[in-house]
Ligand binder design. Sequence first.
Ligand code: ADP
Ligand code: MG
Length: 259
Amino acid sequence: MSGVSVTKDAKGAAEAADDLVVLSNVNKHFGALHVLQDVNLSIARGEVVVVIGPSGSGKSTLCRTINRLETVDSGTITIDGKELPSEGRELARLRADVGMVFQSFNLFAHKTVLQNVMLGQMKVRKTDQATAAKKAQALLDRVGVGTQADKYPAQLSGGQQQRVAIARALAMDPKVILFDEPTSALDPEMINEVLEVMQQLAAEGMTMVVVTHEMGFARSAANRVVFMADGKIVEEAQPEQFFSNPRSDRAKDFLSKIL
Ligand code: ADP
Ligand code: MG
């Protein structure tokens, strides 16, 4: 009996050692609203976690706390074993390890596509201009918008802009990329070109947290689905299990509305 438990503990320790992002007892309020309630979540290196749940359940806030775009009231967040401080140079360093892709692209409108992908490399990573340009072009090629490098964001389609935003995130060599509803602002015919890039990243082993309503993506790319409601993680499961046999009433209700 004890042999079994020793093996299990050892495995648990090995898994914990490979956790890249760990949220422990994270609480966050907006005034009276308890938007994150004792959230515990560990994301392993190379894992793709899809976060789903009703509007207002705290999904965006969860993402934003992971790179301290939002502070937390209590609890800890560690990135690759280092606890996120609330401010300062160490925060900037850790934050650079966490890429973020937003629903609204958030590209710099007055910079070309190439410059958008060069800037962070030069400012944060102190890469020289020629090296940054070369890497930017290679990343734009990789996400299929290499020919758009000299255009401005407004001259691109939404799907192309979002792929530029992904290239910009990749340019920082992040340890993890957070995607907050990356296809929600796109016309339907452009959703797949963005999901395909994300699928490819997932297949290459990128650690990803993806808030999305694209259940096809969740089924095919996620290692784990995290279901949130009212600021809590209500349920976590492998996609197969979650979609075929959700345990909580909240998840059943949510799935019946979207599937
Ligand atoms: P989701 O992404 O799941 O739709 P959010 O994390 O955006 O949810 O929001 C969770 C709740 O927190 C919502 O009720 C929202 O109105 C509220 N909220 C989000 N950001 C702020 C803010 N900066 N100030 C006050 N309330 C906020
Ligand atoms: Mg949101």
